[in-house]
Structure formats: C-alpha cells, structure tokens
Design a protein around this ligand. Structure first.
Ligand SMILES: *Cc1c(COP(=O)(O)O)cnc(C)c1O
Length: 395
C-alpha cells in the first residue's frame, strides 16, 4: 500500500522519546523550551511557542492578533479548514479570495481588489497559506498589508524549510518572522516533522510571544511585573502588609486555554528536526522525478519546473478524468489524495453565504487536482510504480 504521505519514525526517535518518558517531566518541563529553541534556529525566527496542534496554533494566533466579532479577515479557499476556522472561533468574518492558477497560492491581485473595494478599516488581517510547500512571497503581502494597516498570519503547515527569494535576492524561510506577524506549523504525521499531534507558532515580536505563552496556559502569568492584585491580597495578610508576592502566587489575567505540548512529544520533535533537511532534499528529488516523468504529457499539468524553495509537502498535478485516475490508483493500492475541497464550499461556509462560482479558479482546480505519493521514505521503485500506473491509466 502506498499512501500520499507518511511519517518516518527511526530508532533514534524511539530512543529520544524513551529517555523523555523516564525524565521528571511529562509536560511543562525543559524539553519543550529546548524544542522551541531548536525550531527557532531551524526556521530562523526569534521566538517559537509549541502547542497542542496546528489548529490550536491558529486559534491562539487569532486571539493574540485580537480578532474581534465582525472583523473581516482574508484567506485562501485552497487550504485545510482550520486556516479559516480560527477566525470564526473569535467571531470574525472569513472572506475568501481566489487563488493564482499557476502557483495555487492566494492571488495578491484578488486580495488587493477586495481591499480597494471597501472603506479602510473593513479588513483587519490576511492569512496566506504556503500551499503544498510553495512559499508565499510575504514581502509583497507585507507591503499590501501595511498600506491598509492589516496583520499577516502565515499558515506554514506545509512548508517548514521552504523559502521564497525577496527583492534583495535573500532567501526568506517560511515562518522566519521577517514579514508576517505570526506563522504557524503542524506536527501531524503527514507533515514534514511528526510528533503525533502538535503545532508551533513562530514570531519575531516579543509582545506577541509573551501573549501567546499566557494564552497557551489558561491566561495565567507568573511574571511579578504583570501582577494586578496587591501583595497583601496575594500573601493572604491584612491590608498594608508589604511582603513580596509569595512563591505560589500566579494570576489568571485573560481567558486562555490549555493548548500545551508535552515533553515526550518535544523529544520526538527535536529528533525529527535533526533530519528535516534530509527530508526536504528527498522530497525535492521525488518532485524532480515526477516532473521528468510527466514532462511530455501535456494533459498532465504540474507546476512547471522545480520551484525554488518549494518544501513539497504535496506533489499536486491536474489531470483529465481525475475521478477515474483516483479510483484506478486505489485498485493498485496507491492512495492518492485530493487537496483541497474548496473551503468556501463546505456546508458550514455555504450556510454563511458562499456559493459555487464565487471563486472560479479554485473551483476549477478542484475538479482536476490530485496529490501523488510524496514522503521521504517513498522508494524510487515505489515511485516508478506510481508513475507507470498513471501512464497505464491514460494509454
Ligand atoms: C495540517 C494543517 C492544519 C492543521 O493542523 P493540525 O495539527 O491538524 O491541527 C492547518 N493548516 C494547514 C494548511 C494544514 O495542512
């Protein structure tokens, strides 16, 4: 059986988790900070906050960016629903803008058109997604966002290690905090780095970082400089007592959540991270082999050439008779997948007013797209079998 994506767990991973399980902390221990620091170093950002999953990362990000009921936020329909849902958790209104048919990424011209058509202050933020591992050019999005006073939240779940090249010819790695206010990642088993469940928020903004730490743990702070109640109250003594805040004292200052990550997951994350570059190299090699194999088949539309900086979470092609191909591959034990059913046409979003024809590029793409097997342990032989099976279907 060949799935479209798969985790890779080595003996080193198992040993790392085993060590963590025998340590003093299953959660809230030092391994979490160690993973966060290793992740920051890999991504090239200043701060990382590990959380329970990618969806929790999105929710906390929307809270930290202060999304309020009625605020309009723009995102792409070509994503996992959580990229949009995080806005709904905070009562915001999701406005989908169509994708670019070449890159499959949120089309900045469509976003600009939306912004120009409404009074300033209508929109509050943009959630671009590095779809399939193809890095969004955040420099151009930052410029646009600044023109209109918007925040940027990058959904980089598909692209740890991916990058785009900015106008100074510099590689800007996904989630590095250079242009977006916040970025988020997922460690679900199909993603590049797997910890079972897990997620990360990255930023270069110290204030947002502290806000996120607080929101991750119930809105509780132990930072003395932030305390609001009096020392006398904290010490449980008569008014006028001037003791320092006692050792046990903490305050819940905002409504937060328990979106914590565990130490044994962090140990697995550190171990996985040490192989992340190898994983991307292998993904790029697999992409190059697919590209070569389909180069002369004009009816198969892939992304033309190897895209620089692409992290290849997915390898997507667009084909005629997609349903037939999908079913035929399954008879050969090849489990390709479809990414994504356009988010705006999910019944939940239809109920909010979205309908067929609203985003024609994404809707046409959906009729033809199929994600082929793409993961580092896919062997050349397995990939050749996938390629041959596709060729057989179309002769
Ligand atoms: C996986 C994914 C998420 C959600 O991550 P979970 O860890 O499954 O909650 C969000 N956005 C995108 C683009 C994803 O691929």
């Amino acid at each position: 059986m060949i799935p479209y994506g798969k985790q890779n767990i080595t003996q080193a991973d198992i040993d790392a988790v085993s060590v963590a399980l025998q340590g003093d902390f299953l959660t809230q221990g030092p391994t979490i900070l160690a993973f966060e620091q290793a992740f920051s170093k890999y991504i090239g950002c200043q701060y990382s906050v590990a959380v329970a999953n990618g969806t929790a990362a999105l929710h906390l990000s929307a809270l930290a960016l202060n999304v309020q009921p009625g605020q309009k936020i723009i995102t792409t329909p070509l994503t996992f629903a959580a990229s949009a849902n995080c806005i709904r958790y905070c009562g915001g209104e999701v406005v989908f803008a169509d994708i670019d048919p070449q890159t499959y990424l949120l089309d900045i011209q469509k976003v600009r058109t939306l912004l120009e058509a409404s009074p300033r202050g209508t929109y509050h933020g943009i959630v671009p997604v590095d779809f399939a591992g193809n890095a969004v050019n955040l420099e151009t999005f930052r410029k646009l966002a600044d023109e209109y006073g918007l925040w940027l939240l990058e959904d980089a779940c598909h692209a740890p290690g991916g990058f785009f090249t900015d106008s100074q010819d510099k590689k800007q790695y996904c989630g590095n905090g250079q242009y977006a206010d916040l970025a988020i990642f997922s460690f679900h088993p199909v993603k590049h780095i797997a910890t079972g469940e897990g997620g990360m928020i990255t930023t270069n903004d110290e204030k947002l970082y502290h806000k996120l730490l607080e929101l991750r743990t119930h809105g509780i702070t132990r930072d003395v400089s932030q305390f609001k109640n009096s020392k006398a109250f904290a010490a449980g003594q008569e008014v006028g007592a001037d003791e320092p805040y006692p050792g046990w004292y903490m305050e819940m200052q905002t409504l937060g959540y328990n979106y914590r990550f565990t130490d044994f997951q962090a140990a697995l994350g550190i171990s996985q991270l040490s192989r992340a570059n190898e994983g991307i190299e292998r993904r790029r090699a697999i992409a190059a082999r697919y590209q070569k194999a389909f180069a002369n088949q004009s009816f198969i539309k892939g992304q033309s050439g190897i895209v620089q900086g692409h992290a290849y979470h997915l390898y997507v092609i667009e084909v005629p008779n997609r349903l037939g191909l999908y079913n035929y591959l399954r008879t050969q034990q090849i489990f390709a997948q479809i990414h994504y059913i356009p988010c705006h046409l999910m019944p939940y979003y239809r109920d909010l007013g979205w309908t067929e024809g609203d985003l024609p590029v994404a809707e046409t793409y959906y009729k033809h797209c199929i994600s082929l097997p793409m993961y580092p342990t896919l062997t050349d032989e397995q990939q050749d079998f996938v390629i041959q099976t596709i060729q057989d279907f179309y002769v």
